[in-house]
Write a protein that binds this ligand. Structure first.
Ligand SMILES: [Fe+2]
Length: 202
C-alpha cells in the first residue's frame, strides 16, 4: 500500500499571476511528487508502514520525518489558496488576529517580516494554541507545529523552489503577493475546526 498523489484543488494556472502555472507544475508536480515517492519508498518495511501521514509528522525522524512533513506542509500550503478573490475572515478569526497582533495589516506585516528573515529554507506558520490564541513561528527546513501540539492555521513556503521562477531572489515580493490568493474561507474554517490531512492509500 502506497500513499496516492493528492489532487490539486484548482487548475495549475488558477493562481496566476501570483504563482505561475510553471511554478505550480514544478513545485506541486515535481517537488511534492518527489517527497511523496521518497516517503513511499522509505516507510516500506518500517514501523511506519501502516501509519497515517499525521503520525509520521508527529513521531518520525530522519528521512521519513523530512519527506512526510514536506508532503503534509505542501498539501496544507497549496490548500490555503484558491482562484476566489475577496474572501473575508470570520468574525472569530478576525477577533483572534486583533488580540494577538493589533489588526490584520499588522499581522500580515509581522508574518512577512519574520518569513523574509528565515535563513535558508523553511516555513512560516500562523498557529493556534489550545486556548485559541494565535501566534507566528518560524521553522527551518521541514518542520511542523503539530509536533508541539499547535494547530496550523496558515503557512508560507519559503524554500526557493516556491518562488524562484516567478520572483527570483525577491522573497519579500513573493510573500506580499501571496495575500492576494489566500482563501480566508478556508483559513477561517481551519481556525474553527482542526481537520487532519490524510492521504489515500492504494
Ligand atoms: Fe515547497
Amino acid at each position: 500500500m502506497k500513499f496516492e498523489t493528492p489532487v490539486l484543488p484548482y487548475a495549475t494556472n488558477a493562481l496566476e499571476p501570483v504563482i505561475s502555472q510553471k511554478t505550480i507544475e514544478f513545485h506541486w508536480g515535481k517537488h511534492v511528487q518527489t517527497y511523496l515517492n521518497n516517503l513511499n519508498n522509505l516507510v516500506s518495511g518500517t514501523p511506519f508502514e501502516n501509519a497515517t501521514l499525521e503520525e509520521m509528522v508527529k513521531k518520525a525522524d530522519g528521512g521519513i520525518f523530512n519527506n512526510g512533513t514536506q508532503v503534509w506542509n505542501h498539501i496544507f500550503y497549496f490548500n490555503s489558496f484558491s482562484a476566489k478573490r475577496g474572501t473575508q475572515l470570520s468574525d472569530k478569526l478576525m477577533k483572534a488576529i486583533n488580540e494577538s497582533f493589533g489588526n490584520l495589516d499588522a499581522f500580515k506585516k509581522e508574518f512577512d517580516t519574520q518569513a523574509a528573515s528565515i535563513f535558508g529554507s523553511g516555513w512560516m506558520w500562523l498557529v493556534k494554541d489550545e486556548k485559541g490564541k494565535l501566534s507566528i513561528i518560524k521553522a527551518s527546513n521541514a518542520d511542523n507545529p503539530i509536533r508541539n501540539n499547535l494547530m496550523p492555521i496558515l503557512t508560507a513556503d519559503v524554500w526557493e523552489h516556491a518562488y524562484y521562477l516567478d520572483y527570483q531572489n525577491k522573497r519579500a515580493d513573493y510573500l506580499s503577493a501571496l495575500w492576494n490568493i489566500v482563501d480566508w474561507d478556508i483559513i477561517s474554517e481551519r481556525y474553527a475546526n482542526y481537520n487532519p490531512i490524510e492521504l489515500k492509500k492504494s
